[in-house]
Design a protein around this ligand. Sequence first.
Ligand code: ASP
Length: 245
Amino acid sequence: MGYGGRPDRDGRVTLDACIMDEFSNIGSVACLEHIKHPISVARMVMEKTPHVMLVGEGALQFAIAQGFKKENLLVEASEKEWKEWLKTSEYLPKANIENHDTIGMIALDAHGNLSGACTTSGMAFKMHGRVGDSPIIGAGLYVDNEIGAATATGHGEEVIRITGCHLVVELMRQGKSPQKACEEAVMRIVKLTKNRGKNLKDIQVGFIALNKKGEYGSYCVQGGFNYAVHDATGNKLIDANYFLK
Ligand code: ASP
């Protein structure tokens, strides 16, 4: 997610994205500026480099060399919000949907192969250089073509703490349904938050998961997130179930 995303506290729009295919090929970019579609750059990292992750200046240099156009991504509305935020400059990543803009996709194709992608401008008004879960394979996205796939949204720090999406896929490997696997990963966050003496009300994380059979599920710490399902029967927008009622 590039255009229209909220900037960091210095007014810079920095983007994170990653992609993983059925062969476990992976590509990722973090803290990438000025490129509208960071996920396409992540794909190029996967397809055209011997590496799996490029960050900051190096990622931008690579994108430009691949023909991507350098653009100003700070749209007027986001700039206005940022200027408003500067008046207090208080970083309070409250658990509300407005603060998040991650797009995560997991797919099972007609041949039964799984793949996924995840892209975001990250938490609004984060510190410059902050990287969330979304470009980190295993945290914001994980695909195992024998088992299933998962992606996450919400507070990246909490997702990274439990290597969230890898955990969800491993739970499915142990026989859990996608729904149960998401629930167990969220419960791990709930437990760690309590152990760390933090307030769960300040935290939001959501997972979606899909297995090899095409079954899917989702679970969040709190309400407010929904996800879209597209299959042979059509499109559905589903409100995700959650822990804090
Ligand atoms: N997970 C993203 C991050 O922490 C935020 C989001 O979901 O919008 O950067």
